[in-house]
Design a protein around this ligand. Structure first.
Ligand SMILES: O=P(O)(O)OC[C@H]1O[C@H](O[C@H]2O[C@H](CO)[C@@H](O)[C@H](O)[C@H]2O)[C@H](O)[C@@H](O)[C@@H]1O
Length: 262
């Protein structure tokens, strides 16, 4: 399958762009802190954002501060921690919070409990907790049981499974709700949404974008409600670079025809 077979032509300037990060813009690494986005892709994202008048958001399980570091110099609208934190195009922050005592008690309990499982670690995200077992895959079932036990006791939390990780996040948040909120606001409103992602947390985003008759692209293997598909992060990068090249050619043509009309 070639790229042009898999994804329909996109009206660049009419699109509201939503990008997942890990497994989509950045390859999966053993540790979350080892992840990078190549410089040419960050540059291409800045150009896409400019072409869309700023209607481009990262929508990730990571906290917004990490997204800013990973994607610099891009720093625009973003949804972090699966949508629990959202920075709109004006720079205003919208947050769902856990009570401070609950968050502190959970952090303490999870950090203590995970010491029983070598190779596993807790990523504390304030409002959510990721229990990683990529370096201790033999503990997958025990980690899932630990997470299940916590959500049974705290109904304000739900499980969010992912790639060698299970996360505990607030029950009311998902990427679909974050995208829906962006789509109510300038400069996203009125455009055709496009969301690309690779993981289970992205399925809520795909559902929302399908409901808005947008374009949904699943990266990599696995069942998905997304309508289109790319094989891996390298293909995502190639597709983004092709889009930017197309945008450049479109603006050269527009300039030429304006010049010819003079
Ligand atoms: O929504 P995303 O941008 O895809 O973020 C999902 C989670 O990604 C990170 O964990 C995953 O990627 C790590 C780095 O490649 C990998 O080591 C880990 O096994 C994966 O689960 C991140 O650490 C989480 O906070 C995100 O929720």
């Amino acid at each position: 399958m070639t790229l042009s077979d898999s994804i329909p032509p996109i009206m660049l300037a009419d699109t509201a762009w939503f990008f997942d990060v890990d497994g989509t813009l950045a390859g999966i690494e053993t540790r979350p802190e080892w992840v990078t986005i190549p410089a040419n892709i960050k540059e291409a994202l800045c150009k896409l954002s400019d072409a869309a008048n700023g209607a481009l958001a990262l929508v990730s399980g990571r906290p917004i501060a990490e997204l800013d570091t990973l994607s610099a110099p891009l720093r625009g609208p973003a949804a972090g921690v699966h949508g629990a934190k959202r920075r709109d195009a004006r720079g205003d922050l919208h947050r769902v919070a856990l009570s401070a005592p609950l968050a502190a008690a959970l952090a303490q309990e999870l950090k203590q409990a995970i010491t029983a499982f070598d190779g596993c670690h807790v990523e504390e995200k304030g409002v959510a907790f990721a229990l990683h077992y990529r370096q201790g895959p033999q503990h997958q079932e025990s980690i899932l049981a630990l997470a299940q036990d916590v959500v049974t006791r705290y109904p304000e939390l739900v499980l969010q499974p992912g790639k060698c990780v299970v996360e505990l996040k607030p029950a009311c948040v998902d990427k679909g709700a974050a995208i829906a909120a962006f789509m109510q606001e300038a400069p996203f409103a009125g455009r055709t949404p496009l969301f690309i992602g690779d993981d289970l947390t992205d399925e809520a985003g795909f559902k929302q974008v399908n409901a808005l008759r947008g374009i949904t692209i699943k990266v990599g293997p696995g069942n998905s409600v997304a309508r289109y598909h790319l094989d891996d992060v390298d293909q995502v990068h190639q597709w983004i670079l092709t889009l930017v090249e197309k945008q450049k050619n479109q603006s050269i043509k527009t300039k030429k025809s304006v010049g010819e009309g003079l």
